[in-house]
Each structure stands twice: as C-alpha cells, then as structure tokens.
Ligand binder design. Structure first.
Ligand SMILES: [Zn+2]
Ligand SMILES: [Zn+2]
Length: 627
C-alpha cells in the first residue's frame, strides 16, 4: 500500500489557503447535516434519472435533498409533483449517500472524528444487511440496478464506497471487510459481470467497478473477469479507442464518461501496487484518451459536442479527470491543463484539494490544425477562427446521424454548434436533437442519414499549412455520396459541399448560427415545412419517417425566397456579424428559419437551402465582421 496523498500537506493547505479552508468548512457542514438526518429504507423504489424533466417545458428539475415531494424546474420554475419524480429523488438521495461514504473517508482523515467512520459503517451495513430487498424501476429490465435505478448507478456507488473505505482502511477490521465483500460487493460484482455485454461506456463503468472490487478486496475471480473477459477492460480499450485516443462513441461527453471510472480504478491500482503485464498498455491508452479532447478544444475552452451530450460542455466540466490524470501520469500537459482550473471562478472540489497543486503552470499549448483519420474528426484553425468537422461514425450507440457536420468559432466564440441533447426522456430528443436536420449538414428527401450502415469518411486532401481538408463519405443514403471541403483563414471560412446522387432528389442544406437573422432578398412567409403525411397524420409508406420523428415541423417562422444568383444572409450578434454568402445555382430556394435548441425556451436561427438535383454543389463562405 503506498500513500499517494500526503495528508499533512493537505491539512496545511486547508489552514493556509482561503478557498480550501472555506471548501472544507462548507463541505463538512453539508456532510454533517446529511449524516445527522440520514434516513433510508430498503422499500424505497428507485426511479430513472432521465425522467427528472419538467412536465411543462422539458427543462431539468432541481434536486432538493430536503424535499422528496416537490420538484422545481430549473428553467421555468414550475413545481412538479408525482410518484415518478419522487422515485427519481430516492435514486438521487441514495447517490448522495454513496458520495457521503467517500466524503466521510476524507473527512475522517482530516479531522479524526469518529462519527465519519460510524456513518460509513452505517451505510455499508444498511446495504449489506438488506441487499436482497432493494427494488429499482428501470426503464427496461436490461438496465436494472440493485442499490440504485441502473446497474450503471450501482457501479458508481461501488467505486465511491471503495474509494471512501480506502481512505480510512485501517479503521475496518478484516471481518468487517469480509462481511461487506460477501454481502454487498461480491454480489454487485457478479451483477456487473452479467450486464457487461458490448463495447460501450456503461460496460466500461461496470467492468471497472468489478475490477476495483477484485483489486481492492484481492479477489482473483473479479480481477480476472474485470480485466480479461470479453467486454472486460482490455477488450473495451482495444476495440473502443481509436488510434488518436477517441472513445468510439464520438461524443465528448461519453468520451470523458468512459475515462472517468478507469482513472478511478488506476488510482486504486496504484494505491495497492496492483500489477498485471498489460498495465502499461492500459496506462498508455488512457493517456491518449486524456490528450484527444485537448487537441479538439476551442480556444475559449469549449468542447465540440457531436452526438449525445449535455447541451453545453467545456473543459471545466472535466477538471476532476485531469486532476486525477495529473497525479497518475508524469505528463506536463495534464499539469498545464490543471492550471486552468485555478483561473476565474471554478468550483472547488476534493480532487482539486487533494491533487491539483499546479497553480503555477500555464496552459500555453497550441495544437494547430489537426486531422484524426481513425476517429473521423478534424479541427481546422487559423488563429482564433476554428472549425470542428466530423465525417465518420464508428458506432450507432449515442449516434446523431449528422455526417459531414461542423461547428464554427470566431475569435473564440463558438457561434455555430451542435446542440447535443436536452435529456433522453424529452420529446424534442427524438423529434429534433437526434435528427439530421438540426445539424449543419445535408438532408436528402426529408429523411435522416441512413442508419443501416456506419459511414466512414476519408480525407482526399489535407493540408495543415492552409488549414484545408477535403473529405468524401460514401453512401450516406443509397447511391449518394457527400464530399465536403473546408478552408479556414482568419475570420473567413470557405465551404464546398458536393452532393452526388445517382437519381434526382430533394436536397436540403442546413446551417444554424447564433444571432438575429437578416437578409436583403424579399421573402415570403410560409406556414410550415412539415411534409403532407405529418399534417394529416397518415403514416409514412416506407416506415422510415414516423410522424413523431420527422423533424420538419420544428422549423419555425419560416420565410423563403427563390434565387438563381449569389445571395447573402447575416447573423447579427452584439459584437459581430456572421455573414453567409452562397454561390448562385438555378433552382435554389432559401429558407430562413427559427428552431429549438436543447429545450423550447431558447431558440436559434438557421438557413435551409433547397434544391432538386442529382448532383449539386453548395459553395459557401462564412465571414466574421466586427462591429
Ligand atoms: Zn419547466
Ligand atoms: Zn447532434
């Protein structure tokens, strides 16, 4: 067992540093309050986290630990009440209890107070004594958990509790640990083993939790199954991580989500000096996974948001990951990243207190223009003009069918971005956020990119010096290829999107941007772009476009004009204008639209350019004009 954390140094830090002292004071007060009022019953049924959305506006509800009956919307303020919400509340309460075990371990080390050990044992015994009685209500049996709603929740519970015990290990007798292992952790590990059934973020979590049980309690069976089985950790890393270190689901959120439990496991492995021959391989892979998002980050520290993910994500969402990385690796890059978390108002945390001693480093890293052929992503940069481009999809899991789409930033302001999603239970998720048409790409015949296959794009040209890339992706629809080229210069981006079909189709090109949309051409208002079958509710003859999923009904305030000539539209922001200019082509109809984002409260404007063609080129420039 090696000491990674020097507790005397931490204590001095708390004493001498204002934020650290304040953080411990506030955390202690909150934790002490929780410990005092801690009450749980094994008969409480735990509900699904993603049901916690407002009935009125779909906004996220706020978890108030003191009220299991009333659930207040964080967007519109509506008070929601129902059994469903209370069950979700039970689930979150239990999550809080699991974290309290972790926090108690730390607080015991800092204060030596007995109540923390007592609380840890109370929670662990409650779970161990009642294990067989716990009931959850998952949205499908295959997600079922035991202590919490999903086995995924249980994995994070197990990880937090083991981390907590680890902090105060000498206060647990061998008999106690054996009891918790037999009655709780072993049963959890067996459940995890059963449910790990593909290359995916959730199996990574549960396999890491299983491996952590094995490593921490020194149980060979769960070490073997955790690391070596099919869908075990080694299998996941081998099949799920690209050459450039991207988690193959493509979403930044799920990328970090996958890294998270592995970092926690590696920490425990180091603590107990656990080793297997493949350990170096694991360390190397994870190091690359930490590096990948940094290469793709916008200069304002926001991250591109392809596929499923929270509506807005930046590097600060993942500070804990890098704080762990900075002590697991002797890699200057991660220390530099950690120095960013000292700037501005960043929430203090245990990881910051325990691991982040890098306040004197500076983040001065520039990656320039990057292409990642095996991940199907690129970042083109010229100073603070940045364009994120994605052109391949490696799995259907958490996929948005938005091949060849891009995000755009001028002067570090990401003005055109992927909206991610606003929660899986929201109706906008299926009808809008997970549709092709809410992305900066092309839709054929008003239906999403084909889901039968996984499109893989190839860069035909790539030139770092000119920040230029040209990529071709085949068969996004049957007998249809897309080729898109971007050239990024300071405050100006050129975009050539060639659609090539064997037959004639309806081709819709989309671009969304922040700001008020104006245009010199005379426009005509139209009621809706929703296709006929949507208006009269009759089902789609091909079955591919179920009315609920069509998406075009969510293009709002539609105005259009027809032109064969070059045309221009402006997106006006407080400090700048984003000017879109497109080369004329006969038979072009330009639509000015408004649309939803991750919720219905915030809307944004966009352009839809429609042509009927077999082969057509959308040649566009985006310019930034400062006011
Ligand atoms: Zn609401
Ligand atoms: Zn998306």
């Amino acid at each position: 067992m090696i000491e990674i954390i020097n507790w005397e140094v931490i204590k001095t830090r708390i004493k001498n540093t204002e934020w650290a002292g304040k953080f411990i004071e506030v955390t202690k007060e909150r934790l002490d309050g929780f410990i005092e009022s801690y009450h749980d019953e094994s008969s409480r049924i735990t509900g699904w986290f993603h049901h916690y959305n407002c009935e009125k506006c779909q906004g996220r509800l706020t978890f108030n630990i003191e009220n299991s009956e009333e659930h207040v919307c964080s967007v519109c303020g509506q008070v929601n009440k129902s059994e469903t919400f209370t069950k979700v509340w039970y689930n979150m309460y239990r999550g809080r209890a699991n974290t309290s075990v972790y926090e108690s371990g730390i607080m015991y080390r800092l204060t030596g107070e007995e109540k923390y050990i007592k609380h840890m044992k109370r929670v662990l015994s409650f779970y161990s004594d009642n294990y067989d009685d716990f009931v959850s209500e998952p949205i499908a049996k295959r997600f079922e958990g035991k202590l919490q709603n999903q086995h995924l929740d249980d994995a994070s519970a197990v990880i937090a509790m083991i981390q907590g015990i680890d902090m105060a290990r000498e206060r647990f007798s061998d008999e106690e640990l054996k009891y918790y292992y037999e009655k709780l952790f072993k049963k959890e590990a067996e459940m995890f083993d059963f449910f790990a059934n593909r290359i995916y973020n959730i199996p990574v979590w549960i396999k890491c939790a299983q491996a952590m049980v094995g490593v921490f309690f020194n149980e060979e069976e769960h070490i073997q199954k955790g690391f070596y089985s099919i869908y075990g950790i080694l299998d996941q890393l081998k099949k799920g991580v690209t050459d450039e270190g991207m988690w193959y689901e493509g979403s930044m959120h799920y990328h970090y989500y996958t890294v998270h439990p592995i970092a926690m496991l590696m920490f425990i492995c180091r603590r107990v000096e656990f080793n297997i021959p493949e350990m170096q391989y694991i360390y190397d892979k994870i190091e690359k996974m930490f590096e990948y998002p940094l290469k793709m980050m916008f200069s304002n520290k926001r991250l591109p948001n392809p596929h499923d993910g929270h509506p807005y994500i930046d590097i600060f969402n993942y500070r804990t990951h890098y704080e762990y990385a900075s002590i697991i690796y002797d890699n200057p890059l991660f220390k530099k990243v950690c120095s960013m978390f000292w700037d501005g108002e960043v929430k203090p945390s245990f990881a910051r207190l325990l691991f982040n001693t890098w306040e004197n480093e500076a983040y001065d890293v520039e990656f320039g223009t990057v292409n990642n052929p095996s991940s199907g992503t690129a970042m083109l940069r010229d100073k603070r003009t940045e364009l994120f481009f994605r052109y391949s999809t490696l799995t259907h899991l958490h996929r948005h069918p938005d091949e060849m789409s891009f995000e755009l930033a001028f002067d570090g302001d990401v003005v055109s971005y992927d909206i991610g999603n606003g929660g899986y239970a929201s109706s906008l998720f299926v009808e809008w956020q997970r549709k092709t048409l809410c992305h900066n790409t092309v839709v054929i015949d008003e239906s999403d990119h084909m889901r039968m296959s996984l499109p893989f794009g190839k860069a035909e040209e790539f030139n770092i010096e000119d920040s230029y890339i040209k990529v071709k992706t085949k068969a996004l629809y049957e007998a249809t290829d897309f080729t898109r080229a971007f050239k990024v210069a300071e405050n100006k981006v050129e975009d050539e999107f060639l659609v090539h079909s064997w037959d004639t189709h309806l081709v819709d090109w989309f671009f969304y941007c922040e700001g008020e949309l104006t245009c010199k051409n005379e426009t005509e208002e139209i009621e809706t772009l929703a296709p006929e079958y949507l208006k009269n509710g009759s089902p789609d003859p091909h079955g591919r476009k179920a009315p609920r999923q069509a998406g075009y009904q969510h293009l709002l305030d539609v105005k259009k004009f027809e032109t064969d000539d070059d045309w221009t539209a402006n997106f006006e922001l407080p400090d700048k204008i984003i000017r879109v200019t497109m080369k004329g082509e006969p038979g072009t109809t330009v639509h000015l639209v408004n649309s939803y984002t991750a919720n219905k409260e915030k809307t944004r404007h966009g352009l839809m350019v429609r042509r009927r063609a077999d082969k057509t080129l959308f040649a566009t420039t985006y310019e930034c004009i400062y006011k």
